[in-house]
Design a protein around this ligand. Structure first.
Ligand SMILES: C[S@@+](CC[C@H](N)C(=O)[O-])C[C@H]1O[C@@H](n2cnc3c(N)ncnc32)[C@H](O)[C@@H]1O
Length: 256
């Protein structure tokens, strides 16, 4: 039976349940993390916080690349359970991003990947992040812009997923306003498109298992229609290629 977390601070997605299969459909993203780490000067004495670290896929990449002290927090005990098994070197804690139990000016870098659209209330999380950053610290949010959502492969076959996700993912300009209101300076966003990758049978298999959470949010009729078209596309031998895209939103605590 799945344990449910206290969902204070997050929208109603049961990540304790999702934790059971999360790593079957998601991995850490070395290229994304490289993009983040190339913008900050970090060393062994740096301290980094991953907010909403989930099963610690990206947390681990950062820890192994920088050798800095890395801390991950997440609301879901199920996700943290998976994280603890594979990332014993990372300090993991169950906590809400709305109330970070750290001293003021602790971290050199705070990052958050694919979490923004889950937050029930974004401004308190941004203010807390500002508080726990050192004067020279930086904050990076990784999310998707509405344009990137429109260009997902899943949008081609299941167009109603795009409308739903554009309702969930905050607009990038709105998110930047929240950063400025919390005191961040040099606030900027940068879209990033990865190299095109061919989608093999695993894409069809994941869709058939409804391995992408947005497939649970559309009507069964929309799902069946998209699945039929996707199967026909594979049967016709069309080579599907996809270039995943993310948007990075950066803010600095001060000019230092
Ligand atoms: C899509 S997963 C992303 C996990 C990880 N960052 C990654 O990139 O694989 C979203 C995560 O955010 C966590 N989360 C959602 N709202 C949160 C909050 N208010 N405080 C802390 N974690 C939260 C969820 O429990 C979940 O593990």
């Amino acid at each position: 039976m799945s344990r449910r977390t206290d969902l204070a601070g997050t929208k109603n997605v049961d990540y304790d349940k999702a934790a059971e299969v999360y790593d079957q459909v998601r991995t850490g993203d070395p290229e994304m993390m490289h993009q983040i780490l190339s913008e900050v000067l970090l060393g062994r004495n740096s301290i980094i916080l991953d907010i909403g670290c989930g099963t610690a896929n990206n947390t681990l990449l950062v820890s192994r690349t920088t050798h800095a002290r890395v801390v991950g927090i997440d609301l879901s005990s199920g996700m943290l359970h998976e994280a603890k098994n594979k990332a014993p070197e990372i300090h993991l804690a169950r906590a809400s991003a709305n109330h970070l139990a750290f001293e003021n000016r602790t971290f050199d870098l705070v990052f958050m990947t694919e979490v923004l659209h889950h937050l029930a209330d974004v401004p308190p999380v941004i203010s807390e992040t500002f508080r726990v950053l050192q004067a020279s610290g930086k904050f990076c949010i990784v999310t998707q812009s509405h344009d990137q959502i429109d260009h997902r492969m899943t949008t081609r076959f299941f167009p109603s997923t795009a409308e739903i996700d554009k309702g969930r993912y905050p607009n990038i300009e709105v998110a930047k306003k929240h950063l400025r209101a919390a005191g961040f300076i040099n606030v900027r966003s940068k879209p990033f498109t990865f190299a095109r990758v061919p989608l093999g049978n695993e894409y069809l298999e994941t869709v058939e298992k409804k391995g992408y959470s947005m497939l649970h949010k559309i009507s069964e009729a929309d799902y069946q229609e998209g699945l039929k078209e996707l199967r026909a596309t594979y049967a016709a031998g069309e080579r599907l290629e996809y270039a995943p895209g993310y948007a990075f939103i950066w803010g600095s605590k001060s000019l230092r």
